[in-house]
Ligand binder design. Structure first.
Ligand code: GN1
Ligand code: MG
Length: 343
């Protein structure tokens, strides 16, 4: 599909002029769309292989952006701090292309950028606080949400999928991942640390982001302030610990998720504290004592789970995460496991 043709199906104030592909995000694809009147828009294609029901994703995103947008209407945030959908000329929230993929359009938030690495502890604090605030802003969200990816943080299921991939060894890669498979096995108890507490009702079920990594925060170019949290496709009920765990795994080291040399990855205590403090500052009163007590454990669980997912994809021949080379997913898995070991 031609992105410009798709862009023309949205009710923009002026016709789109061109499209420019944007980097970022492992799953969906994005384009910046300048219109002939100088305004700018953001077009996105939802990956149908990952999100089997794009209509459900869009229902969720429409409800969430409407809720968050009301904060702006009440004067509690600026326009640059809220994602806003543009409706189609048929007044729908998205366009379904002939290949079945769904496309949507957001107002473009200019003079802003995403980061893959926290430059320092302050940066980590700001990203974590943004996710804490996100949790607080959704504390009064009561509308239903679809489960857009079943069992996204079902760590035990992720481990089972890894074991199956390892047993099948379809790509002959198991022999290159012996060390990582051993660690995945040794640490499998982590799969039963957080999720079961939620299922047992010992942790509150909240509306959480579910992909709370630094790359999903928009920062202001001029001030470095975190403007808002983006990528709402996996916002679903769950435990807030998944978010703070994700923040720890993506922010606690200088190297970040895409380290070229996993053996060099070092978790820094100052960053770990910054994530904890930033998240708790943003979330305010909503976090319970039991949640607080499990923050560090959650970091281990989510880093482990993400490592298991990268390792699985490595064994399956890189079907899910895009890679630059054959070892990319293995390096990613090593990085995550190094974080588990050090947290
Ligand atoms: C994917 O698309 P992106 O980069 O925001 C993934 C997350 C992973 C993350 C790892 C739908 O997120 O679950 O934690 O990569 N999204 C999906 O960086 O699987
Ligand atoms: Mg993203």
């Amino acid at each position: 599909m031609d992105p410009l043709d798709i862009a023309r199906q949205f009710a923009l104030p002026a016709p789109p002029d061109s499209v420019a592909a944007l980097e970022g995000g492992l799953i969906n694809r994005s384009w910046r769309v300048p219109a002939v009147d100088g305004s700018e828009w953001l077009l996105q294609r939802i990956n149908p292989d990952v999100f089997p029901d794009g209509a459900n994703v869009m229902e969720n995103v429409a409800r969430l952006t409407a809720h968050l947008g009301r904060r702006h209407a009440r004067g509690e945030s600026s326009e640059r701090e809220c994602l806003a959908l543009v409706r189609t000329t048929d007044d729908a929230t998205a366009v379904r292309a002939d290949d079945g993929a769904w496309w949507r359009m957001f107002r473009f938030i200019g003079r802003a950028h995403t980061r893959h690495i926290a430059q320092d502890a302050d940066d980590a604090f700001r990203a974590a606080r943004a996710f804490g605030e996100f949790l607080a802003h959704l504390a009064d969200f009561t509308e239903p949400l679809h489960e857009t990816i079943a069992g996204l943080h079902d760590t035990a299921r992720r481990v089972k999928v890894l074991e199956d991939a390892s047993a099948a060894d379809l790509e002959g890669r198991v022999r290159h991942a012996a060390k990582e498979l051993e660690l995945a096995h040794e640490w499998r108890g982590l799969a039963h640390t957080v999720g079961p507490l939620l299922d047992a009702g010992r942790l509150p079920r909240r509306v959480v982001h579910n992909d709370a990594k630094i790359a999903n925060v928009l920062f202001d170019d001029a001030t470095g302030a975190a403007l808002c949290v983006i990528d709402l496709d996996t916002v679903m009920p769950g435990t807030a610990l998944w978010d703070v765990g994700d923040l720890l795994r993506s922010l606690s080291s200088r190297a970040g998720e895409e380290s070229a040399d996993p053996d060099e990855v070092e978790v820094e205590r100052e960053r770990v504290e910054a994530v904890r403090d930033g998240w708790l500052t943003g979330a305010g009163q909503v976090v319970t004592g039991e949640e607080r007590a499990l923050i560090l454990d959650a970091g281990k669980v989510i880093a482990y789970e993400q490592g298991v997912r990268f390792l699985t994809d490595y064994l399956l021949g890189d079907r899910y995460y895009p890679v630059d080379d054959e070892e990319h997913n293995l390096r990613r898995a090593r990085t995550q496991f190094r974080i588990v070991a050090q947290l």
